[in-house]
Design a protein around this ligand. Structure first.
Ligand SMILES: C[S@@+](CC[C@H](N)C(=O)[O-])C[C@H]1O[C@@H](n2cnc3c(N)ncnc32)[C@H](O)[C@@H]1O
Length: 221
């Protein structure tokens, strides 16, 4: 076992996080016990952040102690691994607009004291300002919406600290089915750049996710 980023481990050809809620499975993830520690295998077919790590993401801005705003947390699959990485010294504010996945997310949050689940629309970042006392270190977004760059920019402007990072998963088909995915990725990147974000990495998520990229951008102003 090798630690490739703080609190992210490589076990043979798989990645894993050390569970902060031992004995509790969030999805159907495999669990490995070593000495008195429990590791949850992170599935790249179910988590775009893990797919990006598999595909060579170079810089991982989410670390132990990070405060993270997660837009589109759904039932908490990726959120649970982020919760492991940041540990209880960090905080993960999870936003989702849909009630069905949110019910599952509530169960995940019950077992993990560093998750704050909020049923809200990420189009309106002011709606959850009262829960974000200090600007966050990272905004992670996976909303699969046509206006997702706009959503990210609004949230980064309001809630991301200077020198903080944004990670945005782009699903080309959610934006325009008629355009080539490469054109859409370029368009989304340009929109983020125009808003003053510096693009640091663009990782294609194939074969785990077809026609998707994960963009890592830095807020410098
Ligand atoms: C692709 S799923 C996210 C999967 C999740 N990120 C994971 O890896 O476990 C997209 C989620 O974004 C949510 N969503 C879409 N539009 C949203 C919005 N405007 N505000 C908040 N959540 C939104 C959907 O309800 C859905 O749960």
């Amino acid at each position: 076992m090798r630690e490739i980023f703080p609190n992210v481990y490589k076990i043979k050809n798989q990645f894993a996080t050390q569970s902060i809620a031992p004995g509790v499975r969030v999805y159907d993830e495999k669990i490995i016990k070593q000495n008195s520690r429990e590791f949850r295998i992170w599935n790249p077919e179910k988590s775009k952040l893990c797919a990006a790590i598999h595909n060579g993401l170079k810089h991982m801005p989410i670390k132990p102690g990070s405060n993270v705003l997660y837009l589109g947390a759904a039932q908490g699959t990726t959120a649970s691994h982020i919760s492991d990485i940041i540990t209880t010294s960090g905080l993960l504010i999870c936003i989702d607009v849909a009630t069905k996945p949110f019910e599952k997310l509530l169960h995940v949050a019950e077992e993990r004291e560093n998750i704050i689940p909020l049923l809200a629309d990420a189009n309106n970042p002011d709606d959850y300002s009262e829960f974000i006392e200090e600007k966050v270190d990272v905004v992670y977004q996976d909303v699969a919406q046509k206006n997702q760059a706009e959503i990210l920019i609004k949230n980064a402007n309001m809630h991301l600290k200077k020198n903080g990072y944004a990670l945005m998963a782009v699903k080309a088909r959610s934006i325009d089915v008629a355009k080539k995915p490469e054109e859409i990725f370029k368009q989304e990147i340009e929109t983020l750049k125009k808003a003053g974000l510096i693009i640091e990495e663009v990782v294609n998520l194939a074969p785990h996710e077809k026609d998707h990229v994960l963009i890592l951008a830095k807020k410098v102003k």
